[in-house]
Design a protein around this ligand. Structure first.
Ligand code: ADP
Length: 363
């Protein structure tokens, strides 16, 4: 029986458990054995009890649980070849040659690197007498399939990442709560949301709550944004609006890449717009809690597709990442998706914001 491992890695996101459940159950449904790898790459490097065979019942109740029940970690050892050598040995010892990884672009890059090195790693394990030729022979090729777990919706080539709609829902609830008190007191609130290189959460939260002004990294405001923001807000107030909401993505900056901080926006609203202003930083509340229905569905459909991709894989197929494009579950080359994601960050770094927006639109 084919043995397929599943793990979660990098930052957690709501819906990761649904992905683990779907991978485990689809693997069993297809006549394979499923293994959970605990605490991300740490578990793969340490082996032993950190890699366990799991049955249908072991993932019962996972669908509605937030975070990741099999744990996640940032693992320095896996960044080094020696860590990946230990990981390869553990996989062979457990009889696994396929991995489904739910994580961000870092985790997926690491996985593909592991796959590229796999034949060399196995040879080294034989040369150093840690494994025999007979042990490695059945496991010539490593199969990697990526699922994107991230609240930021920051991976190219997919319309949605597992967790982004839960986070957006959480942000909207929080802004709604702030709205009521802002209206009572006619106050302004500057709300910081997550997203270091990606403004999706800030943009969609702005659209979904009718915010007055937003700041996102891909499209910085005009050079005289201070005046522009204040005049937009004054106009809204003149039309009878009793509250003001400004949403700032964590990674927001101006055209010269100087960070735009919520405290700075607050000071402006006090001094230039004459508004009683407070700052609310939503922080990790945005990452936690129950997954929204969309993320449960996305995680389940993608987990099922991940097992199909493992079973279809040939040594020539590039590692796929499972995406959602125009409401269809599709496979895309993992490395291309990661490369395009990095290109957005690079365009921002080079102040080529038109290119950054073009790349985001291309998804
Ligand atoms: P994310 O997956 O959310 O982007 P990280 O970038 O922190 O999060 O990556 C998670 C883990 O993936 C790292 O701690 C490391 O173990 C592994 N990893 C990331 N990048 C690489 C890489 N280039 N080579 C090998 N392993 C990597």
């Amino acid at each position: 029986k084919r043995r397929i491992g599943v793990m979660t890695s990098g930052g957690d996101s709501p819906g990761m458990n649904g992905a683990v459940r779907a991978v485990v159950r689809m693997a069993i449904h297809k006549g394979c054995e499923a293994y959970c790898i605990y605490e991300g790459y740490d578990g793969l490097v340490k082996g032993g009890d950190m890699i366990k065979a799991v049955g249908w019942e072991d993932v019962r109740g996972f669908l509605s649980e937030g975070g990741t029940l099999i744990g996640t970690a940032r693992c320095m050892e896996f960044m080094q070849r020696n860590g990946r050598l230990k990981a390869a040995k553990n996989m062979i010892t457990k009889g696994m040659d396929a991995l489904v990884i739910c994580g961000g672009d870092g985790s997926l890059t690491g996985a593909d690197k592991f796959r590229a090195e796999w034949p060399g790693l196995l040879q080294e394990l034989v040369d150093t007498k840690q494994l025999t030729q007979e042990q490695i022979t059945p496991f010539k090729h490593l199969n990697i399939v990526g699922l994107v777990g991230s609240i930021d919706n920051d991976l190219s080539m997919t319309d949605a990442t597992i967790g982004c709609y839960s986070s957006l829902a959480r942000i909207c609830e929080a802004v709604d709560s702030v709205d009521t008190t802002a209206t009572s007191h006619q106050r302004a609130f500057v709300i910081e949301v997550m997203g270091r290189h990606c403004g999706w959460l800030a943009l969609m939260a702005g659209v979904s709550t009718g915010a007055d002004f937003i700041f996102i990294p891909e499209s910085p405001p005009s050079e005289n944004w201070q005046d522009e923001m204040c005049s937009v807000i004054k106009k809204h107030r003149a039309m009878g609006k009793r509250k003001t909401i400004v949403i700032v993505a964590e990674g927001a900056h101006d055209q010269d890449l100087n960070p735009i901080k919520p405290s700075q926006v607050k000071d402006l609203l006090i001094k230039k717009a004459g508004l009683d202003t407070r700052v609310t930083t939503l922080g990790h509340v945005q990452r936690g809690g129950t997954p929204a229905a969309y993320d449960r569905m996305l995680a389940t459909l993608q987990g099922v597709e991940a097992i199909k991709a493992v079973l279809d894989a040939t040594p020539e197929t590039p590692s796929p990442v499972i995406c959602m494009i125009e409401n269809k579950i599709v496979r895309r080359p993992l490395l291309e998706a990661v490369a395009q994601t990095k290109e957005v960050a690079k365009a921002i770094e080079n102040k080529d914001f038109a290119r950054a927006m073009e790349l985001r639109d291309a998804e």
